[in-house]
Design a protein around this ligand. Structure first.
Ligand code: SF4
Length: 207
């Protein structure tokens, strides 16, 4: 009879893709101790893979003690960002800052319905996938443009621009309106693209 070892994974959320050094050191130590793989996910989070079920509580506890937050059902999505003006010569805006403002408002939100994602770019080149993400926030020389309804997958869609030239608080307010609309019109999970033609959808396309 073959002994099958069941393994699982643990995903540490990394706002704006920043990996705190203490968590990096701990993840490295845990990976060596428990023979794990470390994977930087396309959502810019850090995943520990190959964890034996019985080791998961101890690993989780060691990381939580350093302030690590973990992916899980109902968690508000961490925006995917590019590096922006702080470290890219093309950048005109700071996606990390917008991400922090959004998370300050929403990170404690319980029971967020899936499946919308958020992306933020520091310029119109949109390296972080702003145009193919449910809610896309793009920095321009005049402020921020907001796109809704983008998605990838087998039937990709380009998001629809619904607001132009927002300031930072305007971005947060618009995201709040979209999140509430999504919540009110979604049973369990739904992409934003399914909602943008709803008669009560709060925004129209702008060119
Ligand atoms: S979207 Fe613009 S600012 Fe962001 S990485 Fe790409 S070129 Fe740089």
């Amino acid at each position: 009879m073959t002994n099958t070892i069941t393994t699982t994974r643990l995903t540490i959320l990394l706002p704006a893709g920043r990996l705190p050094l203490a968590i990096m050191d701990k993840a490295n130590a845990l990976a060596q101790k428990y023979q794990l793989e470390l994977y930087l996910s396309t959502a810019q989070n850090l995943r520990l893979m190959g964890i034996k079920e019985e080791d998961l509580p101890a690993i989780r506890e060691e990381l939580a003690a350093l302030g690590a937050q973990f992916k899980g059902p109902g968690k508000f999505p961490i925006p995917r960002v590019c590096i922006g003006v702080r470290d890219c010569s093309m950048g005109v805006g700071d996606p990390e800052r917008i991400s922090a403002l959004i998370l300050a408002k929403f990170q404690g939100r319980e029971k967020t319905k899936q499946k919308f994602k958020i992306a933020i770019s520091g310029c119109t080149l949109a390296c972080s996938g702003v145009l193919t993400t449910d809610i896309g926030i793009m920095a321009t020389r005049k402020g921020f443009d907001l796109f809704v309804g983008g998605k990838g997958g087998p039937s990709p869609k380009v998001g629809r621009r619904v607001l132009r030239d927002l300031d930072e608080q305007g971005v947060v307010a618009a995201v709040a309106e979209l999140v509430e609309f999504h919540d009110a019109h979604t049973e369990t999970k739904q992409r934003m693209v399914k909602l943008i033609d709803h008669p009560e959808f709060p925004f129209k396309e702008v060119v």
